[in-house]
Structure formats: C-alpha cells, structure tokens
Design a protein around this ligand. Structure first.
Ligand code: AMP
Ligand code: ZN
Ligand code: ZN
Length: 408
C-alpha cells in the first residue's frame, strides 16, 4: 500500500515537472499551501524517520509542538486554525453536539454539517476573498459549507474516497492556473494517520506506515511546488489538528451508572472522551454533585471550566462537561465502539499535541518556534498574505518571530 501510493505520488511530481509552462505574467504576491495531516502526533518525527519534515525544519521552521484547542477533536481544531478563534467562540464545540438554540444536532455525517448556522467566525478564505485574493480548499473542515453565504473560489464537497494523488494533482494544478484564477491560499486535508491510529492504535505498525506515507507525501508536494515557475513565492505550512492516545475497552466508564438518563434533558451524550450534559432542572444539583465523583474523569460546570480551557461558555457546551482521563473512554448514549486510539482529551495532555512545520520565502531558515496554540496560525497566514483580519483569539505576536520580516 505504502509503496504503491508513494509510486503514484512520485509520478504526480514527475508529471508536474513535465507539464510546467512558464508564465510570462507573474503575480508577485505570496502563495500559501496549508496541509493538515489529521492526528499526526507531535512526537512522531522523533520516533519514526520523517526525512521530508526534517528537511522542512532545516530549510524553514518547526514548532516544538502545536497546541490544539480543547476539545482535541478534528472539526473544532481545523475550524479554529482557519478562524483564529477558540471553539467556544466559533461554535463548532465538538464533532457532534446538541445546539439548544435550534434544537438541532450537529454531526459530521449528517446534513447539519452543511448548515451554516453552526459556523461562527470568519474563515480565512472568506476574509481573503473579500480583499480580492483567490482561495481554494480541498476538504478542509468548513470549506464545503456556505459560511456567511460564501465559499472559497475553489472547493470540493467532502468525499473520503478521493485518493491522495487526486488531491495532490488538484493542488499542483491550481498553482498552475492563469494568474487571474490562481488561488493564493490553498488548504488541503488528509484523514491519515488519524484513521489508522483509531483503528489499530497510535503505536501500531499500520499507523507507522501512515506516518511514513504522510511524510513521503510532504516530500512529493514540496518537490512539485519546487518545480513550479512560482516556486520561490510559495510557502508550505504543514500542521496537524491533535495527537492520539491508546484506548482500550478495559478502560471505560459507564456514565449511566452515575448519571441516569432520566436526570438529563439531553439523553444523547455522544462524543467520548468528552460529553456535554443538560440537566432536567430538578436534577441539576444532583448532577453537579455527582460529576466530580466519577472515576477516571473530570467533571465541570461548563460555564465555570478553568480559564485555561477557554471553553464552556458557549450554550452548546450545555450545563456540564465531563472529560475522561487520558486513554479512558466514556460509554455514551448511543454507545460508540471503543477503538484502539482516541483523542478529544484535555489539551494540556502531551499525547494530544500536534505538529507545525513551514518553509518558503516568508519563513526564517532553521528556526525552532516554541510551542504555540493553533489559533495563532490565522493571524500568521493573514500577515503573509498581507490581508487584514477581524479580531481573533490568536495573536501574531506569539508567532511572528518565525517570519523573515521579524528581526530579534
Ligand atoms: P475524528 O477523528 O472523529 O475527530 O474525525 C476525523 C474524521 O473527520 C475523518 O476520518 C473524516 O472522515 C472526517 N472529516 C474530515 N473532514 C471532513 C469534512 N470536511 N466533512 C466531513 N467529515 C470530515
Ligand atoms: Zn483529527
Ligand atoms: Zn480522530
């Protein structure tokens, strides 16, 4: 599988070398390709050979780690990266949640995923387009939804079956469009190694192969970009949304044993390892006293969660938030199969930490950035593209040292 896909990807790279034609009229503005490798743990490059990421670190920037937002799930974090907001502020508070205002349930596989009412903030593609900069996205969470009625200039409806090679081909093709149609910001999403980490565990041979594949993909993408006439204008940023930790069906807590469904106004408590509970008024006090006693979990009144979470004031977090201890699962209603790996835990947990690598004309060479929260990627991208952004939680001052324009 790895060998096959890698060959396929190398051919994409060679093909791009062959079909490149020079453009007489070059647009001098910078380009950004933002690639997300779902679930790529911050320490994978220490444990496995990742020559292509290492080479980006040498020629550009590497962060010691990228801190995800809480909860460390895919949709909240990808959407935080492109809005610069904590999930509490952009509203995608989990991959699946109940919205008391509309009475609707947001879920990735449902039609509600496409309902813009759930999506707050201003995705970077909307901000850039409003300032005359074309953008594109291949499956970035939120990009196939008309947020405030708008999409990137080029976008695709999410389809898991689309091969890596197809996605790469398109990105390289978009960078060769005539200047007036060529996107200056491209967001690309890949499901792995997350999928195999869930299925087989983050330290399984299967997950390792996906890590190696993801790294070779990075190499192919870089090689294809380097062969473009606009190569010296392109910045490549590689991120992940969170890490993963081993889970087991020997480490699970049945919520129902502590909080009977009849106490709840939302008997559906989906989303291990983080669940949101809405109390029937007459059981509010009972739940409040019980949630701090459930073993291998931490229970909070959502709106009084410790400040470091920046989470819980959004009404979608309901009355109470219960978070499992690392590696533990909460048996939810409806019950989900406990697989061999999961994420969603406290973002202070290092197993949840993600990666950030970047190279291109905007970045210093060989710079190691201290660990930072992913919401600062939004002002960083805006700075590189030269666009202004609405107020955000992420702060440029925390990351601008990695930019070429910043001198100590
Ligand atoms: P999770 O591991 O549960 O946090 O979510 C990862 C899953 O999210 C992936 O396996 C994808 O199938 C799914 N996913 C990623 N992007 C999208 C998208 N744009 N639309 C719907 N589902 C997505
Ligand atoms: Zn993810
Ligand atoms: Zn996942």
């Amino acid at each position: 599988m790895l060998r096959f896909l890698t060959k396929e990807l190398v051919s994409v790279c060679l093909l791009s070398l062959i079909i490149i034609t020079g453009y007489s009229q070059q647009n001098e503005k910078p380009y950004i390709v933002l690639l997300s490798l779902d679930g790529f743990r911050h320490d994978f490059p220490e444990k496995y050979p990742t020559p292509n990421l290492d080479s980006i670190a040498k020629d550009g920037v590497r962060a010691k780690a990228l801190l995800p937002c809480f909860p460390t799930k895919t949709f909240p974090n990808h959407y935080s990266i492109v809005t610069g907001l904590y999930p509490d502020h952009h509203g995608i508070v989990a991959n699946k949640f109940y919205d008391p205002a509309s009475g609707k349930v947001f879920a990735l596989g449902s039609k509600e995923k496409f309902n813009p009412v759930f999506y707050g903030g201003e995705p970077i593609w909307n901000v850039a387009e409003a300032q005359g900069i074309k953008t594109a996205a291949y499956f970035w969470p939120g990009s196939d939804v008309p947020v405030h009625g708008k999409y990137p200039s080029i976008w695709k409806k999410y389809d898991k079956q689309t091969t890596l090679a197809q996605r790469l081909d398109s990105v390289v093709y978009w960078l060769q469009l005539p200047p007036e149609n060529r996107p200056h910001f491209i967001a690309l999403y890949l499901e792995q190694p997350d999928m195999d980490e869930h299925e087989f565990g983050p330290w399984s041979e299967e997950a390792k192969q996906q890590v190696l594949l993801a790294d070779s993909l990075v190499g192919v993408l870089r090689c294809a970009i380097n062969a473009l006439p606009i190569a010296d204008q392109v910045n490549l940023i590689i991120v992940s949304d969170h890490g993963l930790v081993e889970t087991s069906n020997t480490r699970s807590i049945s919520l129902e044993e502590y909080i009977p469904a009849r106490w709840l106004a939302n008997p559906e408590t989906m989303g291990s390892p983080v669940v949101f509970l809405k109390a029937k008024p007459e059981y509010y006090d009972s739940i409040q006293s019980v949630i701090v006693t459930i073993p291998h979990t931490k229970g909070y009144v959502s709106k009084y969660m410790p400040r470091r979470f920046h989470f819980g004031k959004n009404p979608r977090c309901l009355d109470f938030t219960v978070v499992a201890e690392s590696g533990w699962s909460i048996i939810t209603n409806p019950p989900e199969k406990i697989k061999k790996g999961n994420h969603g835990y406290d973002n202070e947990n290092k197993d949840m930490w993600a990666i950030f690598y970047a190279t291109g004309p905007a970045f210093k060479k060989g710079y190691v950035q201290k660990t930072f929260l992913n919401i600062s990627i939004y002002p960083l991208i805006a700075q590189i593209l030269g666009i202004s952004i609405p107020p955000a939680d992420g702060k440029l001052k925390l990351v601008r040292r990695m930019l070429n324009t910043h001198s100590e």
